[in-house]
Design a binder for this molecule. Structure first.
Ligand code: NAD
Length: 255
């Protein structure tokens, strides 16, 4: 049995992950962390200042984090102190925060950190990389849409798309929205839509003369992210300390 604590257990994603853990016969939800205490599927949810006590008492194998960037960095440090492996789905990290997490885990615990745990999005990223290798002279635009409660913009998934594009076509300036007289240069246009209950949509457009390719992914239910997080929970135990991605979990690295 793999023992799991979910941080952000009372939120949309944390709650979905907690439910799937509760339903799985090989996983045990031994506790949760959130801003306020409560319960999730019968497990105690403690306030964030009690995380050390919870980890010491419950001795989980894995801590899953779906919170906000500042909180996630502290939770990662707490898990590293207690030798607990990590699955981190939170987005919106600054480069400095990413570095802080890397430093906290690299000598102590394995951590799967991904801005998107859906299997489909990880294949989508792979396809974008392949397309970008061949279409570097096309104009490129990135469009993403999410529900009205999403806090960070552009999405972590869109930022990962931009990193993939930079690595394949060379770093280009990013232009976040256009207004007024604008001349198309070498930039990558990034467009963010927020509204309603859209779970998550991303499109990358490669536009040339007389033709256009657009690669799109749409998530219809946040359980796709939670199911991917469960794959990462089952995979991460026993790995060497350090940061891993979903590409490692899904074995998607080019041979
Ligand atoms: N990687 C993925 O596949 C994926 C998919 C969807 C969302 N996300 C990301 O997951 C994060 C959470 O998204 P959500 O829609 O569930 O948000 P949400 O606001 O519904 O939930 C976040 C939860 O974290 C709690 N929280 C805040 N500070 C905390 C702290 N210090 N300690 C413990 N808990 C704390 C909040 O009270 C809330 O319950 C966001 O960063 C979002 O972008 C990632």
């Amino acid at each position: 049995m793999i023992k799991v604590v979910v941080s952000g257990a009372l939120g949309r994603m944390g709650g979905t992950v907690a439910k799937l853990i509760n339903d799985a016969s090989d996983l045990e939800l031994v506790g949760g962390v959130d801003v306020r205490p409560g319960t999730a599927f019968g497990a105690e949810v403690v306030s964030s200042d009690q995380i050390d006590r919870l980890l010491a008492e419950k001795k989980p194998d894995v801590l899953v984090d779906f919170t906000v960037a500042g909180a996630a960095v502290e939770n990662v440090k707490a898990a590293a102190r207690h030798n607990v492996a990590l699955v981190v789905g939170t987005t919106g990290f600054t480069p400095k925060q990413r570095e802080e997490m890397k430093r906290a885990v690299e000598a102590s615990v394995p951590a799967v950190i991904s801005s998107n745990f859906s299997v489909g999005v990880n294949i989508f990223w792979f396809l974008i990389r392949e397309a970008a290798k061949k279409l570097g002279d096309y104009d490129i635009e990135v469009i993403e849409a999410h529900h009205r409660n999403k806090k960070d913009a552009p999405s972590g998934t869109a930022k990962t798309i931009l990193e993939i594009l930079d690595s394949e076509v060379g770093t280009r300036p990013k232009l976040y929205g256009r207004e007024g007289m604008t001349e198309r240069g070498k930039e990558i246009g990034v467009h963010v839509i927020r509204g309603g209950d859209i779970v998550g949509e991303h499109t990358v457009l490669f536009a040339g003369n007389y033709e256009c390719i657009d690669l799109s992914h749409r998530a219809y239910d946040r359980s796709v992210f939670a199911m991917g997080a469960l794959r990462a929970i089952r995979w991460v135990g026993g790995k060497k300390p350090g940061v891993y991605s979903m590409a490692d979990v899904l074995n998607l690295h080019p041979k």
